[in-house]
Each structure stands twice: as structure tokens, then as C-alpha cells.
Design a protein around this ligand. Sequence first.
Ligand SMILES: Nc1ncnc2c1ncn2[C@@H]1O[C@H](COP(=O)(O)OP(=O)(O)OP(=O)(O)O)[C@@H](O)[C@H]1O
Ligand SMILES: [Mg+2]
Length: 225
Amino acid sequence: MIRVAELAKSFRLGPITEEVLAGVSFAVAAGERVALLGASGSGKSTLLRILALLEPPTAGSYAIDGVETTGLDDDRLARLRSRQIGVVFQRFELIEDLTALENVGLRLVYRDVPPAEVEAAARAALAAVGLERHAGKRPGEMSGGQQQRVAIARALVGRPRLLLADEPTGALDLATGQEVFELFVERCEEEGVAAIVATHDLDLARRCPRVLELAGGRVVERGGA
Ligand SMILES: Nc1ncnc2c1ncn2[C@@H]1O[C@H](COP(=O)(O)OP(=O)(O)OP(=O)(O)O)[C@@H](O)[C@H]1O
Ligand SMILES: [Mg+2]
């Protein structure tokens, strides 16, 4: 489903260049569930943003379903992103002026789905994360864990084929975290979604059949569950 080869990313701040990814290569097949581990600052979020097509790599290649994405124009990238990819950001990145329901439904609106269907799908996604009663609240009116669950509902709505989740249970209590992780497992097993989950939670990582660890700008495959 996705394949990256010799992916590199550096950030330049004035005279200093920081090489965060220095030749990352791996592939993930449909239905695979992969935990991405690594110390704080090792580049997990950076890698996920590149895989989400939100930032270009400095070098290397990234193919989705055999289509090379580096060099595609912004329109193609936006279309690929909206049809194929669901992202849970580390800092949620919900739109403050929109309700939970509107935040979740937004990507379907962009896809020209009729309003009644958008609302039904968004309500179902919120119900799946236990937030049906909070659909009308804006992010500022919700707890951190509720906002994180809205972000998860937003990533899962519209049946993405690639799910990228950046510490998706970081703001959740243990039981709620396990419940939302179960949702990811279900999507992978029943719908063949490929999921990459960055986490510091070793219990969560243990429930992924594959574990990739980022260190020194490279990924090392560590046998998972
Ligand atoms: N836009 C940016 N400009 C400059 N440096 C950046 C930028 N984004 C990330 N970095 C740097 O890249 C490195 C990796 O950051 P990243 O957020 O990917 O780490 P992480 O593994 O997700 O860490 P954490 O576990 O704390 O979330 C850090 O040293 C960070 O300072
Ligand atoms: Mg991070």
C-alpha cells in the first residue's frame, strides 16, 4: 500500500541544519498495523506528516499504491489525502470555530457528499468514540480527551485506506485508550486499512504485529506482537 525509500528530511534554522530523517526505508501493506516508536524528538511526527502528504521530504521517494507522490502538484496531493488518508495529529488540530460534528464531517463536505449523508456519517463516527452527546460542542468546550476522540472520529470518517495516528491515546485514560485502539484494530482487520501509530505506550505497541523504531534518523524493524 505504501513504500518509502531513503526518505530524508532536514530542517534549516539559520546556519544550522538538523537532519531528522536520514534515509528511512520501509513498506506497509493493506491491513497491516504498525507501531512507530522512538524517543521524543526522534522524528515520529515529522515522518507521519510526510506520510500524510502535508510536508515534502528533502530527499527520497514515497509511493502510495505504486504512485510516486514526490513531485505531485498540490491538487493531486490534496485529492490523495482526502480520499485515502486519515490523520490523528499529536495536537489534534481541530478547527476551533466548528462543532465536533462539523469538524468530523468537514472532509466529506470537501468530497461533495450530500449534507444529510455527511451528518449521518459524522454522527456515527462520533458515536463510535463515545461522543454522541457532545456533537454540538466546539473544541474549547471539550476536555482534552474528548478533543482527541473528535480527532480520531475525524480521521476514521470517510473510510480512509491509510490511517496515520500520532500518539492517539496520549490524552485518554487507559480504558478509553484501549477502546479507541480497538477501533483501529477493527478497521485494519475488517476493512484492510493500513495503520501507522506513533506512540510511547508500550502496551499499545505490543498489540501491533509490527514495530518500527526511529533512532538516529533511521527506522529499525523490531518484531512486534
Ligand atoms: N518545522 C520544524 N522546523 C524545525 N525543526 C523541526 C520542525 N519540525 C520538527 N523539527 C525538529 O525535528 C525533530 C523531530 O521532531 P518530531 O516532532 O518529529 O519528533 P517526535 O519523535 O514526534 O517527538 P515527540 O515524541 O516528542 O512527539 C525535533 O528535533 C524537532 O525540533
Ligand atoms: Mg511527535
